[in-house]
Design a protein around this ligand. Structure first.
Ligand code: PNS
Length: 163
């Protein structure tokens, strides 16, 4: 009998994607057969990059990783999972201040969809202080982002320019 593929989703804003996100993806692939990266669009967030741009950057960054696909997350994560009959969510966890938000989110998601299981990948020490918001700050001030984002993402941002 063929073994069932273990698939997990990795939702996030990816505004922009960083080496930290890439590390979570690569490490998740040691546990799962396939990862679907979901690009969210939260109406309450002021993104620097549009949903299409964030999609494009994640796609570029993962183009050589066979077992990764990228999709847009149109609404609630739980609705996506129910529709696709999936239940495993990956999130990265850095410093303890991430915990409150993650705890709230995973608890709320479990009320909405008890089957959901959120798995946290503790950030590598190299990326513990790295965040998309710090990268955005650098971009806004024409700073060097090469140590924080993969080359494909840096190239995309350079070509796009700051708006
Ligand atoms: O990278 P982020 O912004 O911290 O990611 C948050 C994300 C995408 C996981 C969360 O906003 C999400 O799941 N959005 C989809 C809408 C949803 O399901 N919201 C309810 C979760 S409390």
């Amino acid at each position: 009998m063929r073994k069932k593929e273990k698939i997990a989703v990795y939702p996030g804003s990816f505004d922009p994607p960083t080496f930290g996100h890439l590390d979570v993806i690569n490490r998740s692939l040691e546990i799962f057969d396939k990862i679907i990266v979901l690009i969210s669009d939260n109406k309450n967030k002021n993104y620097m990059f549009s949903k299409d741009e964030r999609f494009e950057m994640v796609k570029e960054m993962t183009k050589d990783i066979e077992k990764v696909s990228v999709e847009n997350l149109p609404g609630l994560l739980v609705d996506y999972l129910k529709k696709k009959k999936m239940r495993i969510v990956i999130r990265g966890l850095r410093i303890t201040s991430d915990f409150d938000y993650e705890f709230q989110m995973s608890s709320l998601n479990r009320v909405l969809y008890p089957k959901i299981e959120t798995i946290y990948i503790i950030s590598d020490i190299k990326y513990i202080l790295l965040s998309s918001s710090l990268v955005r700050e650098l971009i806004s001030n024409n700073g060097d982002i090469s140590k924080f984002v993969p080359p494909e993402v840096e190239k995309f941002i350079k070509n796009r320019g700051v708006r």
